[in-house]
Ligand binder design. Structure first.
Ligand SMILES: Nc1ncnc2c1ncn2[C@@H]1O[C@H](COP(=O)(O)OP(=O)(O)OP(=O)(O)O)[C@@H](O)[C@H]1O
Ligand SMILES: O=C(O)C1=C[C@@H](O)[C@@H](O)[C@H](O)C1
Ligand SMILES: [Mg+2]
Length: 263
């Protein structure tokens, strides 16, 4: 055997060790999940992720392949998150609720911790139509816009393990709710009119709030919608005075408990 053949053989053995280590690592991830479940511990533990990152940084100081190894660990971490997400959510998570309730914010956080794909419905529709939502409403009317929402929710039935962040009005149409529920768990985020006002007062991006961007106007529209939102929801998470992490932790905990009682 010449040197080149020998090096190639060493490389193949190295790959085998990497594969074995990855399989072991993934099975440890699953054991940690089972442990947390058994002892009712929070699934999201952002401090732990930071601790792992610090340990890696210390270990890789002065390593000449530092950048390349970080890159690999980035993928490893993403894949661990995906393993968790696939195990926890064998369905789409559909977030509904009033403007400013936190659908986008909570979707972003969940997507980061579980490496799940997000469908931000308003944004997808705007991109596909190449028009802003106020322009779609003005040009084609609300029915047309709601039909686009229905079609998008139908498409989502082909997928699972997605986070669907709905438009504020999506759940008002019964047909949309039926589509959401086919392979999704519907989570209603709520907040008081006062909280919503505080969250949206400095933004002009919400045409439905035009002329009523005050606590009374918000309370009135919220009350008109409340029954439909609540009827659509599999789960209601109240978000007033809670951090984004607290809302996500509660949401994940209650979703997983719901699955356990459904089994
Ligand atoms: N739990 C929270 N605590 C404090 N601020 C929050 C919380 N959730 C969301 N926010 C803030 O409220 C504002 C509105 O949130 P977000 O855009 O996520 O709402 P939304 O439900 O997606 O609204 P829309 O239906 O209009 O798209 C944002 O500035 C966000 O940072
Ligand atoms: O609450 C609503 O009716 C809406 C909320 C936005 O997300 C957009 O989907 C649209 O402006 C309608
Ligand atoms: Mg949003």
């Amino acid at each position: 055997m010449n040197d080149l053949e020998m090096y190639r053989e060493q490389l193949a053995l190295c790959d085998d060790r990497i594969i074995d280590a990855l399989v072991e690592r993934n099975s440890i991830v699953e054991k940690i999940m089972a442990y947390k479940e058994e002892y009712g511990m929070p699934i999201l533990q952002p401090l732990q992720e930071k601790k792992q990152k610090r340990r890696l940084e210390e270990k890789l100081t002065h390593n000449k392949y530092q950048e390349e190894i970080y890159d690999v660990f980035d993928r490893i971490l993403k894949n661990s998150k995906r393993i968790q997400a696939r195990k926890l959510f064998d369905y789409n998570i559909v977030l509904i609720g009033f403007m400013g309730a936190g659908k986008t914010t909570i979707s972003d956080y969940l997507s980061t911790v579980f490496d799940m794909e997000i469908v931000e419905m308003d944004q997808v529709i705007e991109e596909r139509e190449e028009m802003s939502i106020p322009d779609i409403f003005a040009t084609y009317g609300e029915e047309y816009f709601r039909d686009l929402e229905t079609a998008l929710l139908e498409e989502m039935q082909e997928r699972k393990n997605m986070i669907i962040s709905c438009g504020g009005g999506t759940a008002l149409r019964q047909r949309n709710v039926e589509e959401m529920k086919k392979n999704g768990r519907v989570v209603l985020l709520t907040a008081s009119p006062q909280t919503i006002y505080e969250r949206v007062k400095d933004s002009d991006e919400r045409p439905v709030l035009k002329g009523r961007k005050n606590v009374e106007g918000i309370a009135e529209l919220m009350e008109q919608r409340r029954e439909k939102y609540e009827a659509a929801a599999d789960l209601v998470v109240q978000t007033d005075h809670k951090s984004v992490l607290q809302v996500c932790e509660e949401l994940v905990q209650r979703l997983t408990e719901m699955e356990e009682t459904n089994v």
